[in-house]
Structure formats: C-alpha cells, structure tokens
Design a protein around this ligand. Structure first.
Ligand SMILES: Nc1ncnc2c1ncn2[C@@H]1O[C@H](COP(=O)(O)OP(=O)(O)O)[C@@H](O)[C@H]1O
Ligand SMILES: [Mg+2]
Length: 342
C-alpha cells in the first residue's frame, strides 16, 4: 500500500489578518472579516451566502459582520464566531489548493498559530473550527510560530504586536509553557481608539471613523521624535478641514510603550538570572505594528536601567506567522500531532 501524500500547512489566525503558507509553495492572506447578508434584500444585491475578507468589510452595511478573534479570543458560546473562523479557514484552504489536494486523497497536516490567550482558553473551539479541513493538527501561540520560523529557539523573546493583542513568548530551547507566554489587550486597535478619543477631546465636532484612525496610524504613527508635522484633511461639522494630528498620534502610539515594556521586563526577570542578558539582547519585535517609527528604540530604552538590550524588527509581518507554522509542521515528529476526526 502506498502512503498518501502529506500537505504541510502553516496558518496564522490573526485578529486583523489571517494567512496561510503551504508546502506546495502557496502564500495567501485574508483580512479576518466574515459577513452574512442581513436579509432578503441584501441577499438579492450580493448574490452570495457569505462574504469573507475585504469584500465583507466593504459591503458591511448589508451584512451581519463578524471579526471572530477580536481582542484575541474566540467569543465563548458564539456560534456565529465559530462559523466565521470556519469560513476564514475554508477560504484559505480553497485559495491555496489545500482543499482540492485533500479531496484528492492527500493528508493535511496543519500548524495553526493563534493569540496566546486563545490558546489557553479556546483550544477546544479551535479544534472544532478546524474539523473537516485538516487531518492532523498542532495548535501553537502566534509568537511561538514566529520564533520557530526565525530559528530564534534559545534565549530569545518574541514580542508580536498585532491588531487585537500584543503576544509575548520567551524561548528557552523547548516548546514554551503557559509561564513563558503573555497576552496584553494593548495593541493596534487600542491605539486606533486612543487616536480618536484624543482628537475628539480637542475637536468635539470631528467625526472620523476607526478605519480612518487606523489608516493615519499606519501611515504616520510614531514613537519619540516626529520627523515632520502630520496634517490631514477630515470633515469637521461636515466641512473638510485641515488639522494637525502630530501630538495626538504621538500620545496614542507612545501609550503602548509602558505596558509592553513592563510585560517584556516581567517575562525577562522571570527566567534564570544567568540567561537574562542573552534574552535582553535578543528581543524580536514582530506583528503589524513592529515597523512603527521609534518603537523598537523605545523598548531598548526601557531595558537600559536593567543592563540594556537589543530589539530587532522581524521582516514580513504578513507571512512571518504562517511561515513559522509551516516550518514547524515540516519538522514536527508524528508524536507531536493530534489526529482530528474526519
Ligand atoms: N506600517 C504600519 N505601521 C503601524 N501599524 C501598522 C502598520 N501596518 C499595519 N499596522 C497595524 O498592525 C495591526 C495588524 O497587525 P497584524 O500582525 O496583522 O495583526 P493580527 O495578528 O492581530 O491580525 C493593525 O492594527 C494595523 O493597523
Ligand atoms: Mg498576528
């Protein structure tokens, strides 16, 4: 009897973006939004049962829109969020050709990376969400998948700042335990909220959406010294008005530094003293927020009183998690996999 072909897959299930990398060389990303038409009219307009990704976001007025891992957790007891995760996974499996390979008899071995907190609380829900798509599964935290992909396995700390959560994982040359990992709710979405709050305090008639605040943060966000004044045009009392958002951006982005630095130092001081210096000098900043101007330097500064440290920004925030998951999938021995019922 010939053994059936294995397809290895890494999936990064993120709050804002989810991505897949496969052993057949496929890479795909989808924004983590899923929506169902609200009523008969919406169904008639959209002509689809369900919309996924940017399509869902753009048609949101007609949809019951879900972002299933908002704040890093699958909401307990929410069938719709569970279904939304299945739709995201289904989409990724289809576009990358994995579903077709599985129908052709291949066995799918998938490592799935999720926020560290979801791993602790939602393991069973995640398993259910993967049923019917994969044959063998390993669930890991996102920062661990990133660490594995970068080969940062020993005396390293990955700080993965995404949209819904900041996830931390210290690597000590083995699979990380719960004590090696932390999750904070302060991340990209939280900065977006802060930007709006600060601006609305000084301009009560300003009506900007959270999507606009996110775009400003992505384009102009910074920590420390600004290189130039940031001016944007936005409606105030209905009239397009130019406003200076430099101070608001700085305040909102810098608010992230104290909680992240505190958690980072807390994790570092929890490991054996003789390894702490090596970890301080091997901090990897990952996730969508990582490239923000001045952030890595601010985290280095926070380590100065403890003997100093080095923070490197990881490349490719979109696929670093999925690529790490794929690397792990290719290396994992049979005993590390759990078999899912068909
Ligand atoms: N160039 C950028 N500068 C600052 N923030 C960014 C940039 N690009 C993306 N982001 C932010 O990164 C976050 C998404 O990061 P990501 O790691 O993809 O999140 P998740 O893993 O939670 O899906 C969002 O808050 C997004 O606005
Ligand atoms: Mg992520």
């Amino acid at each position: 009897m010939t053994e059936s072909k294995n397809v290895f897959v890494g999936i990064d299930l993120g709050t804002s973006r989810s991505s897949i990398s496969t052993s057949d060389g496929e890479h795909h990303m989808v924004e983590s939004f899923v929506g169902w038409p609200l009523d008969m009219v919406a169904r008639k307009v959209l002509k689809q049962k369900v919309l996924v990704g940017r399509d869902a976001l753009e048609n949101r007025t007609m949809l019951d829109l879900h972002r299933p891992l908002e704040r890093g957790l699958l909401k307990e007891g929410s069938d719709k969020d569970q279904q939304a995760v299945r739709e995201l996974v289904s989409y990724l499996m289809e576009v990358s050709g994995v579903s077709q390979a599985r129908k052709g008899g291949a066995k799918v071995r998938s490592v799935i990376g999720v926020p560290a907190e979801a791993l602790r609380v939602n393991r069973q829900h995640l398993r259910e969400a993967m049923r019917g798509f994969v044959d063998h599964l390993i669930i890991v935290s996102e920062p661990f998948a990133v660490a594995y992909g970068l080969d940062a396995l020993l005396h390293a700390l990955v700080v993965d700042i995404g949209a819904g959560t900041s996830d931390f994982c210290v690597m000590q040359g083995r699979y990380p335990t719960d004590e090696d990992q932390r999750t904070l709710p302060n991340a990209g979405d939280w900065i977006d909220d802060q930007i709006l709050k600060i601006l609305e305090e000084t301009n009560p008639d300003l009506k900007a959406s959270i999507h606009t605040a996110r775009a400003w943060k992505e384009e102009f966000g910074f920590v420390g010294h600004s290189k130039k004044v940031v001016e944007v045009t936005t409606p105030i009392s209905g009239k397009p008005t130019e406003i200076d958002i430099t101070a608001a951006l700085k305040q909102a982005c810098e608010a992230l530094v104290p909680p992240v630095a505190e958690t980072m130092l807390d994790l570092i001081t929890s490991i054996e003293p003789e390894f702490q210096e090596r970890v301080r000098n091997n901090v990897i900043l990952a996730g969508g927020i990582a490239p923000m101007s001045g952030l890595a330097q601010a985290l280095e500064k926070a380590m100065a009183p403890y003997g100093g440290g080095n923070v490197q920004v990881a490349e490719d925030p979109i696929f670093q998690g999925a690529d790490g998951g794929l690397a792990l999938a290719m290396d994992a021995p049979r005993s590390d996999w759990e078999k899912l019922p068909a």
